[in-house]
Design a protein around this ligand. Structure first.
Ligand SMILES: Cc1cc2nc3c(=O)[nH]c(=O)nc-3n(C[C@H](O)[C@H](O)[C@H](O)COP(=O)(O)O)c2cc1C
Length: 202
């Protein structure tokens, strides 16, 4: 069974995206998948310093918790990222992780010289997000950001669960159908990932 990495991007441990992600993790585990959980607020991770030490090997030279995350991303077959909308983007914790993945971008496009625009979708990514407001464009910016973050480690944006009008901790509990949707998405992702892995080893 292929490994899935679940990334908690909210500073609130029991916030809306965390509860949704827990459900998705439950769903994935119910298929027998191995799921590793990563709580970004618990990590010591510097923002990208733009020194391009990664130009030599494709590995970031800042010695902190990102080193382990880098390996975890590359050893997963699927990723579930949960972040609330903060100023029409992802949370600062999430953005720090994304920017550190510039090292993966450098590895892929500068060192391995892989062509732009020809996406290799060896991995699958599920994005879960929540915002307090209800505007049509609430998730537009974040979706682009997530798509290109996923691309650094060859993941396609396989599905996005986006919920509006949820603000306070526990608001998500008033819409159990969203939690159920998250559980199903976790289940579906684990099956999709394991199916495509089997196909690629045939
Ligand atoms: C710093 C900050 C910025 C926010 N920016 C937005 C925003 O741009 N749009 C929006 O709809 N909600 C915004 N919110 C509200 C959160 O998205 C909302 O409370 C969400 O439910 C939090 O998710 P969580 O419980 O998983 O942390 C913001 C909240 C904070 C703390």
């Amino acid at each position: 069974m292929s490994k899935i990495l679940a990334i908690y991007g909210s500073p609130r441990r029991k916030g809306n995206t965390s509860l949704l992600l827990q459900k998705a993790v439950q769903g994935a585990r119910a298929t027998g998948a191995e799921v590793e959980e990563l709580v970004l607020r618990d990590l010591k991770m510097s923002p990208c310093l733009e020194i391009y030490g990664c130009k030599e090997t494709g590995r970031c030279v800042i010695d902190d918790d990102f080193q382990k995350v880098y390996d975890q991303l590359l050893s997963s077959a699927g990723v579930i990222l949960a972040s609330p909308m903060f100023f029409y983007s992802v949370s600062a914790h999430t953005k720090i992780l994304m920017d550190r993945c510039q090292s993966l971008w450098v590895r892929k496009y500068w060192i391995e010289k892989r062509p732009f625009g020809k996406s290799n979708t060896a991995r699958k990514g599920l994005f879960i997000s929540v915002g307090a407001t209800k505007g049509k464009k609430l998730f537009d910016g974040a979706l682009l950001t997530v798509k290109y973050f996923f691309d650094t480690f060859d993941a396609e944006l396989w599905r996005a669960l986006l919920y509006r009008g949820l603000d306070f901790e526990g608001d998500i509990l008033k819409t159990p159908e969203y939690l159920e949707e998250a559980r199903e998405a976790g289940w579906d992702l684990a099956l999709a990932v394991s199916k495509s892995r089997k196909r690629s080893t045939l």
